[in-house]
Design a protein. Structure first.
Length: 135
């Protein structure tokens, strides 16, 4: 019998992890999942208030950092999910996504939701990655 792949977790460093029971990212074997991420800084303060593009770029930088902690890059991302509170923001959110993933082109989903965890957050993004995706 072979041993299952080891599980590697990345902490976001927030107090919510223990309360809610989650982590920023998980890697098992060559697969990586990054939790829904909002534009909150290391002190859980909102970044880019009122600016869906700025929030999107900030979120992808946070996601990029989490991926790096498990040996991956944005080039390994195979799926993105963008949850937004206003469909009218999709153009700016999409512009940010396009700048980050122009040549990578993961599959992408955009969903309009009633609310996120705080009224100042306009978008929440999660990604899935596979270390073999970039070849």
């Amino acid at each position: 019998m072979t041993n299952p792949p080891s599980r590697q977790s990345v902490s976001s460093g927030t107090t919510f992890e223990d309360t809610i029971g989650y982590c920023r990212a998980v890697r098992i074997g060559n697969l990586i999942w990054v939790a829904g991420t909002v534009a909150a800084d290391e002190n859980t303060q909102p970044v880019g208030k009122g600016d869906p593009y700025a929030q999107t770029i900030y979120i992808f930088r946070k996601i990029e950092k989490a991926l790096g902690e498990v040996g991956a890059t944005l080039h390994d991302v195979v799926r993105t999910r963008m949850f937004m509170v206003n469909a009218a923001d999709f153009g700016e959110i999409g512009r940010g996504h396009g700048e980050v993933f122009h040549d990578i082109r993961p599959v992408a989903t955009g969903v309009v939701v009633n609310a996120l965890i705080g009224s100042e957050y306009l978008v929440e993004i999660e990604v899935d990655a596979c270390l073999t995706a970039a070849g």
